[in-house]
Design a protein around this ligand. Structure first.
Ligand code: 3HC
Length: 696
């Protein structure tokens, strides 16, 4: 028997137990162990066999670390067929999460019981895959095509009660003793003359299915997951379950699984899965740091950011005190928060009671003294160093010792802010992305004096509010915005050299980004950057040899601040967020080049794409060289969760590895030769290119 799967005879019942920490993945030795144990159980004289798992969860899927490597026998089908063909009933006993290959294993058992806290699902689509161990063929037979296609194409986790109602779970058993509950269930069905119920033989729910279900699913997936291949393959496989006999459907599933498995999209999505988990690890931090207890939170500033930040805590049941300078701003901020919740409720995603419960967790105040017993305070006031310093001075006075002081700055020096307090070790940056209640990214800015206790607690806070926390160092713009600054600068230079706005945006959108740089600027608002540039006295105060394009300033001078004013690089109609080309701006761009004596030229899509992507990548390499990011995959996580880069590209650094760093470096050097003011090839990029290395 394998060490990770054991088998015992317990009176009239045999029990097969998987123990493969941390998540009981179906590694090759588990597959072999399951086959061996079920073969043995089939031959014993018990009346039923239970499949159960040790540790925190039922089997959470195939072992993802085995993907992309030469396959190790046995294939999933060996143990799964053995289970399904057992001569006595097999009951899967589920706790934690039965995901992917885990649920597929359970679907090969004749019955399934679960504790109420369990969840099931087929999340392979998030790894750029489809369920490859029969899930696309068995789930529709059990719950019907419509429900199955929804579950498989979105990869959603389904709670035990819903799964029970849908027929995936046959019975819910007490949280206390799953094994006992499963045994009781097994004895009951045996005494009632249980049949060896095989999901593969169920036909009713896959007969006469309306093909419109699949057309609708395709339309939804194409819109919601633009460019992703896996959702469409998932839908095709469920469709095959409704049109082909079981074995032919299985063959189709296996073929399509292999296609996805061999595609770069799947490697990229697996990269992001592991990158997301690596991001919370701090290289020099000991494992045994005690976390501070975060029970109450203070948020300073009820503007768009502050309100959104407060919602994150209220959403997970943590009380928040929201402070503003005057009642009017406070009322306005709370109104926006309520409006956000009401909109979610109107879509049926929150009940009215839940809205009230969440609003009830947010207390408003004008008085700093009300913050004396919170555990972390997040400042989200106007982005200005003097203002922030003043706020931190006050917070340091009122907050109890042991309270973390966090700043939501997106550019400012966290160390300078920390220096005005008597607790720099408890000061940290928490850079949320707008809209803060929606975007999953949280850049956690570690100051020179930030303690491990503060850092580890902030990482735990990120997890608690369901954000992906990435630790970054202090520099202007940290990781995400520092890189985007280079990218946006290139978008301007492309305009003055010959592109029109849509020609700058299209190649990036076509690559898969949610939008191109100029549409993104319009969405973010053009006035913020303009004010910052004015504050720096630009372009008058430019350093010698520095490149500057005034097109953005000219657009702002016309009162066009982007989407919110209905006009920016593009024009927008009321009630329609779609950017439309605007002849006025196109003329402005052409006139600007003429005025500056720049001869406009035709710039190919490929050059546009390279200049935009490589400006990100080259700056990313500088950031790694300087230790501002711990690892290239952290940068990828930042771009996927904060900047609308689809997971199937794996983020800019993964993309660079895929293109080949020698190719990227060669082009960066060519660009630097033409335009030394805006391109400085990163030494790390050079070293890796020359040694045949990769970022990841
Ligand atoms: N294979 C290998 N390692 C896995 C894994 C898997 N399927 N799932 C999780 N892990 C690892 C993680 O990388 C992490 O490792 P680390 O500690 O070294 O960073 C560790 O297990 C713990 O994972 P989490 O930090 O994510 O733990 P949580 O408790 O937060 O979440 C979970 C647990 C919900 C199971 C989550 O890990 C998860 O969603 N895992 C992936 C589930 C999945 O996608 N299953 C389908 C796999 S593909 C498949 O089954 C193909 C089949 O159809 C043929």
């Amino acid at each position: 028997m394998s060490q990770s799967v054991s088998y015992i005879v317990d009176g009239d019942i045999s029990v097969v137990t998987v123990n493969n920490p941390p998540v009981n993945a179906l590694s090759h030795h588990v597959r072999q162990g399951l086959y061996d144990c079920f073969t043995a159980a089939d031959a014993d004289d018990t009346v039923a066999t239970i499949l159960i798992c040790d540790g925190r969860t039922f089997i959470a899927g195939a072992d993802i670390t085995e993907f992309g490597k030469p396959p190790k026998p046995p294939h999933f089908s060996l143990p799964l067929n053995a289970m399904e063909n057992m001569s006595k009933p097999v009951v899967a006993a589920i706790h934690g999460t039965a995901l992917g290959g885990g649920l597929e294993t359970a679907l090969c058992c004749h019955y399934r019981v679960a504790v109420p806290s369990a969840k099931v699902g087929l999340p392979e689509v998030h790894l750029g895959l489809l369920p490859g161990a029969g899930g696309t063929q068995r789930l529709p037979r059990l719950i019907g095509a419509q429900a199955a296609v929804e579950a498989i194409a979105t990869g959603r986790h389904i709670d035990a009660a819903t799964a029970h109602a849908a027929g995936v779970i046959d019975a819910l058993v007490d949280e206390g003793d799953l094994l006992e509950g499963a045994k009781t269930f097994a004895r009951k069905i045996v005494s009632e003359g249980a049949t060896l119920r095989k999901v593969r033989d169920m036909k009713e729910k896959v007969t006469g299915v309306d093909p419109a279900i699949f057309a609708a699913a395709r339309a939804t997936a194409t819109k919601a997951r633009r460019g992703f291949k896996a959702p469409l393959s998932c839908i095709a496989c469920v469709e095959a379950a409704c049109t082909l006999p079981f074995d032919e459907g299985m063959a189709r599933e296996r073929e399509m699984f292999q296609e996805l498995h061999d595609d770069i999209q799947s490697s990229a999505q697996q990269h992001i899965f592991f990158a997301e988990r690596a991001a919370s690890k701090v290289n020099d931090m000991p494992n045994d740091i005690d976390l501070l207890d975060i029970k109450r939170v203070g948020v300073i500033g009820a503007g768009t950011m502050g309100g959104g930040i407060a919602m994150n805590f209220a959403n997970v049941g943590i009380p928040v005190i929201l402070l503003e300078m005057n009642q009017e701003l406070l009322d306005k901020g709370l109104g926006v928060v309520r409006g956000n919740y009401d909109r979610t409720a109107s879509k049926g995603r929150l009940s009215d009671a839940q809205v009230e419960e969440r609003m009830g967790l947010i207390t408003a105040t004008l008085d700093y003294e009300d913050l004396t017993d919170v555990d972390i305070i997040i400042e989200a006031v106007y982005e200005n160093m003097d203002v922030k310093k003043e706020v931190f001075g006050k917070l340091d006075e009122v907050a109890r010792a042991g309270c973390i002081l966090a700043t939501n700055t997106s550019t400012l020096d966290v160390d300078e802010i920390a220096a005005v307090t008597r607790r720099p070790e408890m000061v940290i940056g928490t850079h949320f992305f707008s809209p803060a209640n929606v975007m999953k990214l949280l850049e956690i800015v570690r100051g020179a004096k930030t303690s491990f206790e503060t850092l580890a607690t902030t990482l735990a806070v990120a997890k608690a509010i369901k954000k992906v926390g990435v630790v970054v160092g202090v520099c202007d713009g940290f990781v995400g915005n520092r890189m985007i600054h280079r990218y946006l600068a290139q978008s301007q230079y492309l305009l003055e050299e010959g592109c029109l706005p849509h020609e700058v945006d299209a190649p990036i959108y076509d690559l898969g980004f949610a939008m191109g740089p100029l549409t993104m600027s319009d969405l973010a608002g053009l006035d913020v950057g303009w004010r910052i540039r004015q504050g720096k006295g630009l372009p008058e105060n430019l350093a010698v040899g520095e490149r500057y394009c005034e097109i953005g300033d000219r657009i702002c001078e016309k009162g066009r601040f982007g989407q919110k004013t209905g006009a920016g690089y593009y024009k927008y109609e009321t009630g329609n967020r779609g950017a439309q080309r605007d002849p006025e701006i196109e003329q402005l761009v052409v006139d600007y080049s003429r005025e500056k004596g720049i001869e406009r030229r035709e710039i190919g899509e490929n050059e546009v794409l390279e200049r935009l992507m490589y400006s990100l990548i080259n700056e990313g390499a500088w950031i790694l060289e300087e230790g501002i990011a711990q690892r290239a995959s952290d940068i990828d996580v930042i771009y996927v969760y904060g900047y609308g880069v689809p997971a199937y590209l794996g983020g800019p650094m993964f993309y660079a590895d895929h293109i080949g760093l020698d190719n990227v470096y060669r082009r960066v050097c060519e660009f630097a030769e033409q335009d030394p003011a805006s391109w400085k090839p990163a030494p790390l990029l050079k070293r890796l290119a020359e040694s045949g290395g990769t970022f990841n």
